[in-house]
Design a protein around this ligand. Sequence first.
Ligand SMILES: *[C@@H]1O[C@H](CO)[C@@H](O)[C@H](O)[C@H]1NC(C)=O
Ligand SMILES: *[C@@H]1O[C@H](CO)[C@@H](O)[C@H](O)[C@H]1NC(C)=O
Ligand SMILES: *[C@@H]1O[C@H](CO)[C@@H](O)[C@H](O)[C@H]1NC(C)=O
Ligand SMILES: *[C@@H]1O[C@H](CO)[C@@H](O)[C@H](O)[C@H]1NC(C)=O
Ligand SMILES: *[C@@H]1O[C@H](CO)[C@@H](O)[C@H](O)[C@H]1NC(C)=O
Ligand SMILES: *[C@@H]1O[C@H](CO)[C@@H](O)[C@H](O)[C@H]1NC(C)=O
Ligand SMILES: *[C@@H]1O[C@H](CO)[C@@H](O)[C@H](O)[C@H]1NC(C)=O
Length: 479
Amino acid sequence: MMNPRKWVFILLLPFLFFRFCTSIDTITPTQTIKDGDVLVSSSETFALGFFSPGNSSRRYVGIWYNKITEQTVVWVANRDSPINGTTGVLSFNQKGNLEIYYDNTRNLTLWHTNITAGSYSARLLDSGNLVLFQGDGGSGGVVWQSFDHPTNTLLPNMKLGLDRRTGLEWLLTTWKSRDDPGIGEYSYRVEPSEVPQFVMFKGSTRVWRMPSWLARHSNAKVEATPSFIFNGTYVNNPDEVYSLYTLINESNVVVDELGSLKQVTWVGKWVEFYSVPKDICNAYGRCGAYGYCDSNNGREFQCTCLPGYEPRSTGEWFLRDASGGCIKKRKELSMCGNGEGFVKVAYAKIPDTSKARARIGLSMHECKEECLRNCSCLAHTSEAEGGERANCFTWHENLMDVRKFTRRFPNGGLDLYVRVDAVELAQHMESRRLNGKMVAMVVTSVVLTSVLIISLVCWLVMKKRRRALLWIPVWNSAS
Ligand SMILES: *[C@@H]1O[C@H](CO)[C@@H](O)[C@H](O)[C@H]1NC(C)=O
Ligand SMILES: *[C@@H]1O[C@H](CO)[C@@H](O)[C@H](O)[C@H]1NC(C)=O
Ligand SMILES: *[C@@H]1O[C@H](CO)[C@@H](O)[C@H](O)[C@H]1NC(C)=O
Ligand SMILES: *[C@@H]1O[C@H](CO)[C@@H](O)[C@H](O)[C@H]1NC(C)=O
Ligand SMILES: *[C@@H]1O[C@H](CO)[C@@H](O)[C@H](O)[C@H]1NC(C)=O
Ligand SMILES: *[C@@H]1O[C@H](CO)[C@@H](O)[C@H](O)[C@H]1NC(C)=O
Ligand SMILES: *[C@@H]1O[C@H](CO)[C@@H](O)[C@H](O)[C@H]1NC(C)=O
């Protein structure tokens, strides 16, 4: 009796063989891809081959959309080692690594994968992922994939983040220019602190940041809505932290040469669905430390200070330079067991979380108590709604890069509670009380006025009627 596994194998053999013979999506150790050859994924979504970007004559190996007429490259292998002329070749070397070299001098390698386990085939998948499999027919699993080495484009189901076990970082880096896919100045990556966030850097300077979905050790999903056409997933656990998205049709997220992140979709042409930064308040730290940015605040300048703070330099603020940020209004007044409290800043883009603290499973009240108890705590926020328990975040230094969002978490902001001294707290209470009083006064006066007007009208009508009633008989009697 034959082993069932062997049977399956024998039955599958013709198909494997057939696929092997006809496949144009796979490179085997005996094949080479020369300039002009292309590898096409099984449903012809993506192609891999040699190309020249923009007006350049240099040759690069890349992956692009096969069906889209406008050349749209989503991945480049030899980004910083272009090929002069058309004698480049892509194939496996003896150790099982894929490499790009000049045909005539095989010892001049321009690019190569870096794996130790021998691999035997490379396949371009329909997702746009170039995968190296170990063993025949992929039986030994994936040993390398282009999705682990993103360039400037994030395709659906591609991770952006960090593998904490191996230290492998999935980050996007811009091209140098449209003609040069070499590694540019900007990079978009995760900052794996206690409360991870995604940051666009220019060199080592922060340009803007995206507050993460605030889940720690848990999964968060954001479902597609009309204004959010993709499903986003955020994962943060001891093994890895990343976000990825899935989307209909041909679309991707790309960082352009100027450091803006765009989500584009192909509808006969590329349309930009979403782009950051568009709003001036997205620029990192636009209003400095303890500042607050709101581009729709009805004033000429979008910067103000968080409750309890005032501009460090009124002169600079007058000149629309908020980089100096804000300082405490009453430096001498302690905020430690001295009648202090919190003032709410609604729908906030929470401050830079690189040094924030996270606590899991606290109620909104417990989160507040946690912050109040610790005199170094300057602000707190909670994902909890009503009485539920959720993540609680606290900040203990520079409250940086706070802005107003129009919507609430998870697509928008959270309510941020800023610690203020007793005087500020009293002023806020007073203004709230005054606001309450104002409302009451307005309501009362409206009611009173209405009553008056109605009474007057009634009185006039009644009077007229009475007069009429009285007058007619008089007239009648007079006639
Ligand atoms: C290529 O060169 C032409 C003419 O010089 C110019 O109009 C075009 O913008 C260039 N394209 C790129 C991608 O640089
Ligand atoms: C390719 O050409 C450039 C200039 O045209 C030259 O600087 C570079 O060394 C050449 N590279 C190779 C590998 O021949
Ligand atoms: C390539 O390698 C061979 C021997 O390994 C050597 O003789 C030759 O000089 C090398 N060529 C180049 C261009 O480095
Ligand atoms: C290959 O791996 C080695 C050791 O991990 C590393 O030193 C080297 O820089 C890597 N090379 C490339 C091209 O990634
Ligand atoms: C998003 O997720 C929902 C539910 O999980 C699913 O029905 C929908 O097809 C997904 N949309 C996309 C664009 O992946
Ligand atoms: C995108 O998907 C929608 C619906 O799924 C379809 O109507 C449209 O033709 C697709 N566009 C492209 C470019 O494939
Ligand atoms: C206050 O919080 C900071 C930051 O989490 C911590 O280092 C410090 O020990 C805390 N202080 C007290 C008294 O709990």
